[in-house]
Structures are given as C-alpha cells and as structure tokens.
Design a protein around this ligand. Structure first.
Ligand code: NDP
Length: 245
C-alpha cells in the first residue's frame, strides 16, 4: 500500500483557533483540501484566505457541532461538492474546569453537548458516506484528560473518556476500510482555558499553561496518522509537553 500522498478531502471541526486551526493549516499545506468548520466564520474566512493566497485548497463552513442536522447538512454539502469526504477531524471542544461542588451545571451540559454529542453528530453524519464510498477516517481530539482525572476535571475528563471510548468502539465495530485515531494532547497553547469561569480552576490552569507546547505539535500528530497507508491504522497518539508530569 502507498502512503496518502494524494489530495484528500478533510473536515476539521473547531478550526477557528488553536489545535483545529493549526491542523487545518498543516493538512492544507500537505496538499489536502481542508474544510474548516466552526461558529466564528470571520476567523475561518481569514485562515482560508491566507491558505488560498499561498496556493492551498481550503474552504470555510459555519457549523455549531451541537446541532445534529446542521452537522449532517455540512457533511452532505461537502460530499455533494467534492464527491467524497475522506477524513473527519472531530476537534471542537470546550474545557470549563471546576470542582463538582461548585455546581456549574450549565457548564457541565455545555461540555457534554460539544465534546460528546458534537462528536457523535459528526460520526452520524460521516458514516453513511464512508460506507457508500468504501472507507474513511475519523480522527478524534480527546485529551490526556481521557486517561486521568484531577480535581476540577471530573466532567471534562468524563467527556474525554467518552470521546476515547466512542472512537475505540467505532474501530471495533467497523470493517477495515474505516480507520480511527484518537489524539490525546497534554497542555497546548490555545484559547481553551480562557473560557473557564471558576476562579480556582482558572488560576490552577495558569501554572499548567506555563509548560504548554504549540498547537502545531498536535497538528503534526494528526497529519502523521492521516498520511499512513490504508492498511495502517494509528489508533492513539499522546502528545504532551516534555515538562508535563
Ligand atoms: P480553542 O478554544 O482554541 O479551540 C476550540 C475550538 O472549538 C474553536 O475553534 C471553537 O470554535 C470550537 N468550538 C467550540 N464550541 C463549538 C461548537 N459548539 N461548534 C463548533 N465548534 C465549536 O482550544 P483548543 O484548540 O485547545 O481545543 C481543541 C480541542 O483540543 C478540544 O477538543 C480540547 O478539549 C482539546 N484539547 C486541548 C488541549 C489544550 O491544552 N489546549 C489539551 C487536550 C485536549 P468557535 O468558537 O468558533 O465555534
């Protein structure tokens, strides 16, 4: 089998900042057609304009991953335009850390909606096309939090354990034409922690962020998994700062 040097069509969710944006840039630079999806279309349009000006192939699609029908509509439109969708990078996520006894229940719901339901909506949207076209690849951006729980991470970790389990379940249930990869990053430079409202969790994150690595480090891991030959399925990559214990 040869490596994927041909141009694939790849949908990246949460591509308006951080890991998703870096992944979209890396994959477009590698010669793939990248569909950048998120809610902040001004950010997507700016990245797409930059990529196109450099001669790369990219487009922006507005998408709130919590909207199941909207997710299916975006995937259907990409397949209608391009003839196929080869890879879904399910990256969109929120991390609203707090202790359970702070009872920020709306934030628990938000994490479950984006990190778990949003991922499932993507899987539901792409699987019929993967079956019809004879294969595809789901790359899930989980977290080190999919392997360990620390105080304030209970709900976030629960969503990432779920992301890990859903991706592994998909692997076990699928025929070999469908590949799955979980990427589990450690602390990465991005806007993720900016949305934490709990003051204790926010100040704890300041310490963690001191040792963060650039989003491009995770993007390279995604590109590595995508570039493998069809019969090679890279199931998980953990990428963390060397200084992160
Ligand atoms: P950012 O906050 O920079 O990016 C999050 C992205 O998710 C944004 O593009 C945002 O776009 C998108 N997003 C959020 N809600 C929705 C929604 N409802 N619909 C569509 N898109 C949405 O953080 P990161 O790049 O760090 O996070 C990316 C992924 O990486 C997340 O799943 C996160 O859990 C994971 N991760 C990050 C780590 C880190 O240290 N940074 C460590 C481990 C995992 P918009 O607001 O425009 O919709």
């Amino acid at each position: 089998m040869t490596q994927h040097t041909t141009s694939l069509t790849i949908l990246v969710t949460g591509a308006s900042s951080g890991i998703g944006e870096a992944t979209a840039r890396t994959l477009a630079t590698a010669g793939h057609h990248v569909v950048l999806a998120a809610r902040r279309t001004d950010r997507l349009d700016a990245v797409v304009a930059e990529l196109q000006a450099d001669g790369h192939s990219a487009e922006a699609r507005e998408l709130d991953v919590t909207d199941r029908e909207a997710f299916a509509a975006v995937v259907d439109a990409v397949v209608a335009d391009r003839g196929r969708l080869d890879v879904l990078v399910g990256n969109a996520g929120v991390m609203l850390l707090s202790r359970l006894d702070a009872l920020l229940v709306d934030e628990w719901d938000r994490m479950l909606d984006v990190n778990v339901r949003g991922l499932l909506h993507g899987v539901a949207a792409v699987l019929p096309h993967f079956r019809a076209q004879g294969g595809g690849h789901v790359v899930t951006v989980a977290s080190i939090g999919a392997h360990q729980v620390v105080p304030t991470s209970a709900v976030y970790s629960a969503t990432k354990y779920a992301a890990w389990a859903l991706t592994e379940g998909l692997r076990q249930e699928s025929d070999p034409s469908i590949r799955v990869t979980t990427i589990s990053p450690g602390v990465v430079e991005s806007e993720l922690a900016d949305h934490i409202t709990d003051p204790l969790a926010a100040s704890a994150m300041e310490t963690y962020r001191a040792a963060s690595i650039p989003a491009g480090a995770v993007a390279r891991a995604v590109a590595f998994a995508v570039a493998q030959p069809d019969d090679v399925d890279v199931n998980e990559i953990v990428v963390r700062p060397a200084a992160q214990r």
